[in-house]
Design a protein around this ligand. Structure first.
Ligand code: KG4
Ligand code: ZN
Length: 346
């Protein structure tokens, strides 16, 4: 069973072909980073236009000479105008080739990316942390999810992006801050952990973002921020040269706080539900500090991450989730509509 997976929910146009939910035959990703960089975040209107430009070459590159049996596409959640490009293209291709169409939930894609070659034991707990989501799901059985908790304000990746913008580093913020954090002292600045009244499995990152803003306001760092803002396409070495030790320390402390929040709340939730496995996925799962922190802790269950390159948005994860849905009989028809707010549970 060869499935073409198409992803266009945010700022990556991606496609991949995966065989029997395990063998990756091709993958193509067109990133729009350069387009959104100067705005410090994704501009929805520009994103849609870039998807329109990229969808044909990206799918063509992934398909090559490969024969396929079905087409999976991200139905939601995401930016409506962006989703529409992938869904419309997938429908047209399915009709032209006379192939089944499978609508996929973006977050199930992230979860499935971590389960490549894994036989998951249930119940499991999945932490999905990306630019748009920071959610904990209890995985009850294949395809059955219960929302255990989620962020009440910013997503973890969004916090990275906003703090990077604040400090004058480009978009996306995660990879840059992750690299710079390796050069700072994670215990230099203490940030408080928010109290989550009502649900200990919820997250909040807006207080941390505000604390970072206050930190910059209290120091004479505006000239350095302005210099960094003027720099485009900088390498990590360039950023390092333009960042003083005190700023590196606060970045390392910020990253340390995000990691502790994610792992402490996920760990407690996993214990509460008696999880037999913990899955950590989404763009933030690419974080080196997070992966190291997981290795350093003792876990009573196996912890699964996607390969780093399948952590951020890609077509492989959509093809994998498509295969999982297809096995459950989840074929869509040509009336499939994109949904900006598509729930995973239920
Ligand atoms: O899953 P993804 O590609 O797109 C969404 O579904 O949102 O995640 C993108 C997010 C961005 O906010 C980006 O800054 C963050 O993931 N990210 C990281 C790292 N790499 C990407 N965050 C922390 N550390 C990283 N190494
Ligand atoms: Zn994503």
């Amino acid at each position: 069973m060869r499935i073409l997976g198409i992803e266009s929910s945010c700022d990556e146009t991606a496609a991949a072909v995966v065989e029997d939910g395990k063998t990756i035959l091709s993958s193509s990703v067109a990133s729009q980073m350069d387009v959104h960089q100067k705005y410090g975040g994704v501009v929805p209107e520009l994103a849609s236009r870039e998807h329109v430009r990229a969808i044909v070459p990206v799918v063509r590159e992934a398909l090559g000479e490969l024969e396929i049996d079905a087409i999976a596409v991200t139905q939601g959640p995401g930016l409506l105008g962006s989703l529409l490009v992938g869904v419309t293209y997938a429908k047209a291709l399915a009709m032209a080739k006379g192939l089944p169409l499978i609508g996929v939930h973006h977050l199930e894609g992230h979860i499935e990316a971590a389960l490549l070659g894994v036989e998951l034991e249930y119940p499991a707990l999945a932490l999905v942390a990306s630019g748009g989501h920071t959610h904990l799901f209890e995985c009850l059985s294949p395809g059955a999810y219960r929302l255990e908790g989620k962020t009440r304000d910013d997503a973890a990746g969004e916090a990275y992006d906003k703090v990077a913008k604040l400090l004058g580093f480009g978009y996306p913020g995660g990879p840059v801050l992750d690299a710079l954090a390796q050069h700072g002292n994670p215990r230099a600045v203490r940030f408080t952990s928010p109290r989550m009244k009502g649900n200990d499995s919820d997250f909040s990152f807006s207080g941390l973002k505000t604390a970072m803003l206050r930190w910059t306001e209290a120091r004479d760092v505006s000239a350095a921020i302005a210099t960094r803002k003027g720099l485009r396409n900088a390498s990590i070495e360039d950023w390092l040269q333009l960042t003083d030790q005190e700023t590196l320390d606060v970045i390392a402390s910020f990253q340390h706080t995000v990691i502790e929040e994610l792992l402490n709340r996920a760990g407690k939730a996993a214990e509460r539900i008696g999880a037999k496995a913990l899955v950590i996925s989404g763009g933030v799962a690419a974080n080196r500090g997070l992966r190291r922190a997981v290795e350093l802790r003792k876990w009573p269950m196996p912890v699964y991450f996607p390969a780093t390159k399948w952590s951020t948005d890609n077509g492989v994860m959509i093809a994998l989730a498509g295969y999982a849905r297809w096995k459950r009989g989840g074929i869509s028809d040509l009336s499939l509509q994109p949904k900006a707010n598509l729930p995973l549970q239920g």
